[in-house]
Design a protein around this ligand. Structure first.
Ligand code: ZN
Ligand code: ZN
Length: 410
């Protein structure tokens, strides 16, 4: 089933009203693949309706990216246009809201040397670091949504015709974003309220440590003092509530960057920069990945870990019950926005400063001293399954179940 006009209207309204919660006179920046132009235009229209002053839409063409990765001389890959980075910083300073429409094409860069992709992605991360830091600080409202494209759908449903695959993928998106309901905005309010309940419960526990056990996984994660669990909608620096991810099912906090020990095994493939990494394990000692293996994409995983020093430490831990709507669809999306919301996950790289008391006011050095990881990258990977058990260790050393057989036990 393709979305009806009403459902697409709902989707655009949801991105504008709940995703970034556009305010009177605000500038809205929309980044979209060219295939998603119909949705980008609807978003622009809904944003003006909501009082936006200006909507700036930037389209990207992944085929052009592929041509560049394949053919441009090496030195072009290590350059990033300064004017674009500056423009995005200026939008941040002007209080703009950022909506990204993301349609992965997991096989896009299969025949490109991973080292070339790594060079380009490092150049982009470096140039955009100030912009990205502002988003991770929740200074501005931002929201990430997805749009079904033939390339993505064909990867998710390889046995169907492209036509059927796209329709099936839309069904999943419609379901996960609730745009088929009578009042999706109200439905999201209720969903946010439910996530907030779990957030408040976990924050009241002030766990010292989490312990993960599953086949191939035995991992201890220390939580820093003053860590904060978050989930659902968040407040930006002006106190405006927004939903960074649609869909979202996670509650998450930061680990202590030096307090992770043991081994963890991935349970879903990870689409990293157009390359698939799957069946991989990471072994940590005092927070650092000291060993890694992968059934597929070992080189891409190695280059992710070598991004910088912080790429070998964790920056996020997130809890998602195995029995959740996206997970129950039993589909592997090759899109982290969807897969991470079907599964408990961890992230290598940068921690969210909002996940620690006073974090948004701390200097990078202070954050580091409090155990918050720092890196140019932030890459989520999925570790949840029906066999995952997680215990929390309280301040006085008591162990209590948080997850049993993949679901909440708290
Ligand atoms: Zn997450
Ligand atoms: Zn993340």
């Amino acid at each position: 089933m393709y979305p009806t006009q009403q459902q697409l209207d709902n989707y655009a309204a949801l991105a504008v009203r709940v995703g970034v919660n556009v305010q009177q006179g605000q500038t809205v920046v929309v980044m979209a693949p060219i295939a998603a132009a119909p949705l980008a235009r609807l978003i622009a229209s809904k944003a003006y309706e909501a009082g936006a002053k200006n909507v700036h839409v930037e389209y990207n063409d992944e085929e052009l990216s592929r041509i560049k990765y394949k053919q441009a001389p090496e030195e072009a890959l290590s350059e990033y246009p300064i004017w674009r980075a500056k423009a995005w910083e200026q939008y941040v300073d002007n209080g703009a809201a950022f909506i990204t429409i993301y349609s992965p094409n997991p096989d896009l860069l299969n025949d490109v040397d991973p080292a070339r992709v790594a060079t380009a992605s490092k150049a982009a991360s470096t140039a955009l670091s100030s912009y990205r830091a502002s988003l991770m600080n929740h200074t501005n409202a931002w929201s990430l949504i997805s749009y079904a494209t033939p390339e993505w759908a064909a990867k998710v449903f390889p046995d169907l015709t492209t036509e059927e695959a796209v329709q099936k993928l839309w069904e999943r998106i419609i379901d996960a974003t609730r745009i088929d309901l009578e009042d999706p905005i109200q439905a999201w309010k209720e969903h946010n309220a439910k996530l907030l309940q779990m957030v408040e419960l976990l924050n009241s526990k002030r766990y010292k440590q989490l312990q993960y056990e599953a086949p191939g996984t035995s991992l201890t994660v220390e939580l820093p003092e003053g860590h904060i669990w978050l989930g659902g909608s968040k407040a930006n620096s002006k106190g405006v509530y927004f939903n960074p991810n649609m869909p979202t099912e996670e509650v998450f906090t930061m680990p202590h960057r030096d307090g992770v020990n043991g081994t963890v095994r991935s349970t879903k493939p990870l689409n990293y920069n157009g390359q698939v990494i799957s069946g991989f394990s990471l072994t940590f000692k005092d927070g650092i990945v000291v060993d890694h293996s992968a059934e597929q994409g070992y080189e891409a995983l190695t280059s992710l870990l070598n991004t910088d020093e912080g790429a070998r430490h964790l920056g996020e831990i997130a809890l998602v019950p195995h029995d959740s709507p996206i997970s129950n669809s039993n589909v592997i999306f090759f899109n982290t926005l969807y897969d991470e919301n079907a599964s408990c996950h961890l992230a290598l790289g940068q921690a969210y400063p909002v996940n620690i008391n006073g974090g948004t006011k701390m200097s990078p050095e202070e954050l580091l001293a409090h155990g918050a990881n720092r890196s140019l990258t932030h890459e989520d990977f999925m570790i949840g399954s029906a066999e995952l058990n997680i215990d929390g260790v309280t301040q006085d050393g008591k162990r209590e179940p948080i997850f049993r057989a993949g679901n909440w036990a708290i």
